[in-house]
Design a protein around this ligand. Structure first.
Ligand SMILES: O=C(O)CCC(=O)C(=O)O
Length: 269
């Protein structure tokens, strides 16, 4: 359970022990790419962030755990469902950083011009669009950490309360940051950062890079207008994992892509 009043004020909550160790290990196995690919320059870039992961059975299971569902129901309501999933890692060979930004784009099935939606972009072949601010204000992101993440691991840093300022123009970000209060999201394995997508955030390089694995899932309630559809829409949200549903949902299987990459790698080696 989170303190809803504090969450609405800060746009942030850190919740311990959201998932059980068995699921943490299973997720680690699902995304166990680092050891094998550490020296594989050619595809390294693709390995620290993997999109369209809701169809991965363990991710589907994660989105439907009591812990995650409880948080999401409290913040968004009982009709909330996962609409986008991304896996992030920081590795010795991919020790990246990202500057202050808000998560302003949603992933949709196809581009349809609808008033209030834009600009458009494409990420890994998937259409993304900035929706009206009211839609982003109602969404929540749950970032479940698979590894302990302290200051030395390149944790997420956020600007408390910045989600209440609506869309912040890139030219205003520096000023807003200088006036605000930065918080560091240190999280234990199995815990989660819960945040509003409009919360300004950044992350630096790890000082001692190991793994910093995060399963990032965005939740929203309701359909999109004008024929737009969520890209990773699942048929229905059920409290228990069902391989049949996750398969039928048609979310591109990141693991299948991974297996193809592995096979290509082994053929070359
Ligand atoms: O995982 C991180 O450190 C940053 C991720 C991020 O910037 C994002 O999800 O928009």
């Amino acid at each position: 359970m989170l303190n809803l009043e504090a969450f609405e004020r800060d746009g942030l909550a850190i919740v311990d022990r959201v998932i059980e160790p068995a699921l943490i290990h299973s997720l680690m196995e699902s995304f166990d790419v680092s050891a094998e690919f550490e020296h594989w320059q050619e595809t390294r870039a693709g390995l620290y962030a993997m999109r369209q992961i809701l169809g991965v059975p363990d991710v589907y299971a994660l989105a439907n755990t009591t812990g995650v569902r409880g948080i999401v129901k409290q913040v968004v309501g009982k009709d909330a469902r996962p609409v986008r999933g991304i896996f992030f890692d920081k590795l010795p060979g991919a020790n990246w950083k990202v500057a202050w930004h808000q998560d302003r784009a949603i992933a949709v099935a196809r581009k349809i011009d609808v008033q209030g939606f834009g600009p458009w972009s494409v990420k890994e072949g998937v259409a993304h669009v900035q929706p009206p601010v009211e839609l982003l204000e109602r969404m929540v992101t749950v970032r479940v950490h698979l590894d302990d993440c302290g200051e030395e691991c390149g944790p997420l840093k956020v600007l408390r309360g910045s989600h209440r300022r609506g869309i912040i123009a890139p030219t205003d970000v520096e000023r807003v940051v200088s006036e605000g209060q930065e918080a560091t999201c240190e999280v234990r394995s199995g815990g989660a950062v819960v945040m509003r997508p409009l919360l300004l955030h950044r992350s630096g390089r790890a000082v001692t890079p190991g793994n910093r694995r995060v399963v990032h899932i965005e939740f929203a309630a309701g359909e999109l207008p004008g024929g737009l559809e969520w890209a990773e829409k699942l048929d229905r949200v059920i409290p228990a994992f069902s391989p049949e549903v996750s398969h039928r949902a048609g979310a591109a299987s990141a693991l299948a892509r991974l297996r193809r990459r592995r096979a290509r790698h082994h053929r070359r080696a």
